[in-house]
Design a protein around this ligand. Structure first.
Ligand code: GLU
Length: 258
């Protein structure tokens, strides 16, 4: 049974880039007669905005999306993440690290704390011994579980079979696959969609001030997103968001690779 998901972070309203990701995961799921689940990735509490979760859900509804089952909130999942971290620790696959972001630089972590903390007086993060993927962080020194761990634990707990998301997350996939293998979870199928950019070529995001998508613009923006995804153009009589989505599911075109 196909189980797909859309996993927004409630750090602000949905923008055109999030609409593209939601739409492709929705169409892929529905065209496979699968379930489409929404998961609220409110893990990084300091970055979350109060009320953004409700705003996202109302916007999805206004754009005609219907999801299956309850919305899972990552902020309620701490004990599951802790169990996974304990498993990694018990098998010596994770080690504490006191290096600051500044010290680790931009690239893969050089493994400074692998054989002992460099500065035991500082709060520690936990990293996994993932070698070829860089020893990435699964628990942050500010007390929050890291995205990579939470996503893997939740995708497994929710029985996700297909992950459809933006290509900006492409380099997370091998890391998540590594965690899935270590934790004995099934590995879903992945599909990454082209990232929407603004006139300056920057990825649409809160940081680049991407405008919020508005319900009154739903038909126009859905048509635009379908065009962006290379999907067939809905006929002119599809004037409402639900009709456009219905058309898009029925005419979904899955390009073959190679
Ligand atoms: N919450 C992530 C984001 O909004 C997406 C996570 C995922 O699809 O794996 O960028």
């Amino acid at each position: 049974m196909y189980r797909g998901r859309f996993a927004p972070s409630p750090t602000g309203p949905l923008h055109f880039g999030s609409l593209v990701a939601a739409l492709e995961s929705y169409l892929h799921a529905r065209a496979h007669r699968g379930l489409w689940i929404v998961r609220m990735e409110d893990l990084d509490l300091p970055r979350c905005v109060a009320g953004a979760d409700e705003d996202i859900l109302r916007t999805l509804e206004a754009f005609g999306f219907r999801w299956d089952g309850p919305v899972l909130y990552q902020s309620a999942r701490t004990s599951a993440y802790r169990d996974a971290l304990e498993q990694l620790k018990a098998r010596d696959l994770a080690y504490p690290c006191s290096c600051s972001r500044r010290e680790t630089g931009g690239g893969d972590y050089p493994g400074t704390c692998r054989s002992g903390l460099r500065d035991p007086s500082r709060p520690v993060a936990w990293r996994v011994r993932a070698e070829e993927h860089g020893d990435f962080v699964v628990y942050r020194s500010d007390g929050f579980f890291a995205y990579q761990l939470a996503v893997v634990v939740d995708d497994a707990a929710q029985g996700i079979t297909h992950v459809v998301r933006g290509a900006d997350l492409l380099d997370s996939t091998p890391r998540q696959n590594w965690l899935q293998r270590q934790l004995g979870y099934p590995v879903p199928q992945y599909r990454h969609v082209r990232v929407a950019t603004n006139a300056e070529g920057e990825k649409l995001s809160k940081q680049t001030n991407a405008p919020a998508i508005e319900a009154v613009e739903a038909p126009r923006l859905l048509r635009e997103a379908l065009g962006f995804l290379g999907q067939p153009k809905p006929s002119e009589d599809c004037s409402t968001a639900p009709r456009i989505l219905e058309f898009a599911v029925a005419n979904y075109f899955l390009p073959s690779i190679g």
